[in-house]
Write a protein that binds this ligand. Structure first.
Ligand SMILES: NC(=O)c1ccc[n+]([C@@H]2O[C@H](COP(=O)([O-])OP(=O)(O)OC[C@H]3O[C@@H](n4cnc5c(N)ncnc54)[C@H](O)[C@@H]3O)[C@@H](O)[C@H]2O)c1
Length: 301
C-alpha cells in the first residue's frame, strides 16, 4: 500500500500530537510545522524521523510552499489557543491565527491536496440561546480569540468555494485527554483539576460550578478526522462535541476531593453543548468515550 503524506500545523500541541500518533499508526508520513509557543518536543519524541519530520517554523510569517509539495492532507491546528490573554494582545492573535491561516491556505491552494482540515472553535457561538447549538445558530464573538478563529474559518470556507478547495472546518467543543495542557494559568478545567488532584489541592471551581460544557475526548475527536478524510465531504462546517452537557460540579465529583469556588471569568458562556446530528450523519461518526471513563483513564495514566 502506498503511504499518505500529511502536514500538521501545530502538531506538537495537545490535539496535534495525538493526531500525529494516529496518522503514523495508519501508515502516514507526517510533517509537523510548529513554533513551539505552546507545543512541546516531548509530545513527539517517541516518533522516528522516518515517520515524523519536525520543522520549527512560525506559520504566520513564512512561505510554506515547500512543505506542502507532497501533501495529501493538511491539518491546520496551529493557533494561539487561550482566551484570556487574547484580550490583552489582539494584534498578536490576529497575526498568528488569521494571517497564519491565510498563509496555510495560500500555500495549500497551489497543490493538489485531498483534504484540508481546519480546527475551528465552538467559541464562535458566544453565549448561545439555543441548546444543543447547531452549525446554523447565531455567531456571537465575545473575545479576540473567538474572532480570530472565526475569521480563520471564514477564510477556509471562502477558499473552498472560490478556488474549489476540499476544505473542512471542525468546530471543537471542550477537548480533553492525554497531553492536555495542565500547567498554564489559563488551562482548561480538566487540566486544572488533574494538576490539583495530583498536588492534593482543592479543585478550583469557577462561579457556582453549575455552568455546563460539552467535553469531547481527543480520541473521539481524532476518529472524526479519520472519518472525514475517508468521506467525500468537502466545503463543510461541522460541530465536534459529545452532544452531552456536563456541569463543572459533575466534573469535580468525578475527580473527587474538596472544591474551592473562584470568581467567574469574562467572555465565558453559562452553558455550551453541541448539536452533532450533522457530523454523525454525514461522516458516519459518533463519540464513544464517556466523560467518566475519559477522566478515569486520565487519572490512572
Ligand atoms: N483544546 C480545545 O478544547 C480546543 C477547542 C476549540 C478549538 N481548539 C483549536 O484546536 C487547535 C489545537 O488546540 P490545542 O488545544 O491542541 O492547543 P495547543 O496550544 O496545545 O496547540 C497549538 C499548537 O500550535 C502551535 N503554534 C501556535 N502558533 C503557531 C505559529 N504561528 N506557527 C507554528 N506553530 C504555532 C503551538 O506551539 C502548539 O503546538 C487550535 O487551533 C485551537 O484553537 C482547541
Amino acid at each position: 500500500m502506498k503511504f499518505k503524506n500529511s502536514v500538521i500545523t501545530g502538531g506538537a500541541g495537545f490535539v496535534g500530537s495525538n493526531l500525529v500518533d494516529r496518522l503514523v499508526s495508519i501508515g502516514h508520513k507526517v510533517i509537523v510545522l510548529d513554533n513551539f509557543v505552546s507545543g512541546k518536543k516531548s509530545n513527539l519524541s517517541h516518533h522516528s524521523e522516518k515517520n515524523v519530520k519536525i520543522i520549527k517554523i512560525d506559520i504566520s510569517d513564512k512561505n510554506l510552499d515547500k512543505y506542502f509539495k507532497k501533501a495529501d492532507y493538511i491539518f491546520h491546528l496551529a493557533a494561539l489557543a487561550e482566551i484570556i490573554p487574547s484580550f490583552k494582545d489582539p494584534n498578536k492573535y490576529f497575526k498568528n491565527n488569521v494571517i497564519g491561516t491565510l498563509n496555510v491556505l495560500k500555500a495549500a491552494k497551489k497543490v493538489k491536496i485531498k483534504k484540508l482540515i481546519y480546527a475551528a472553535s465552538s467559541s464562535c457561538y458566544g453565549a448561545p440561546k439555543k441548546f444543543p447549538t447547531s452549525e446554523k445558530d447565531k455567531i456571537d464573538l465575545k473575545h479576540p480569540y473567538a474572532e480570530t478563529k472565526f475569521i480563520g474559518e471564514e477564510l477556509v470556507m471562502r477558499y473552498a468555494s472560490i478556488f474549489k478547495m476540499p476544505n473542512i472546518s471542525f468546530r471543537f467543543f471542550n477537548v480533553y485527554g492525554p497531553r492536555l495542557n495542565v500547567s498554564g494559568q489559563y488551562s482548561a478545567v480538566i487540566g486544572n483539576f488533574l494538576t490539583q488532584t495530583k498536588n492534593r489541592k482543592p479543585l478550583t471551581v469557577v462561579g457556582d460550578g453549575k455552568q455546563t460544557r460539552d467535553f469531547i475526548h481527543v480520541d473521539d475527536l481524532i476518529n472524526a478526522f479519520i472519518q472525514v478524510i475517508k468521506s467525500k465531504s468537502v466545503n463543510k462546517i461541522y460541530n465536534l462535541g459529545s452532544g452531552k452537557r456536563t456541569s463543572i460540579n459533575t466534573i469535580a465529583k468525578i475527580f473527587g476531593g474538596k472544591k474551592k469556588f473562584i470568581p467567574i471569568r469574562p467572555g465565558e458562556p453559562k452553558n455550551s453543548v453541541a448539536n452533532i446530528k450533522k457530523v454523525k450523519k454525514e461522516i458516519n461518526w459518533k463519540p464513544k468515550i464517556s466523560i467518566e471513563q475519559g477522566i478515569k483513564n486520565l487519572l490512572s495514566s
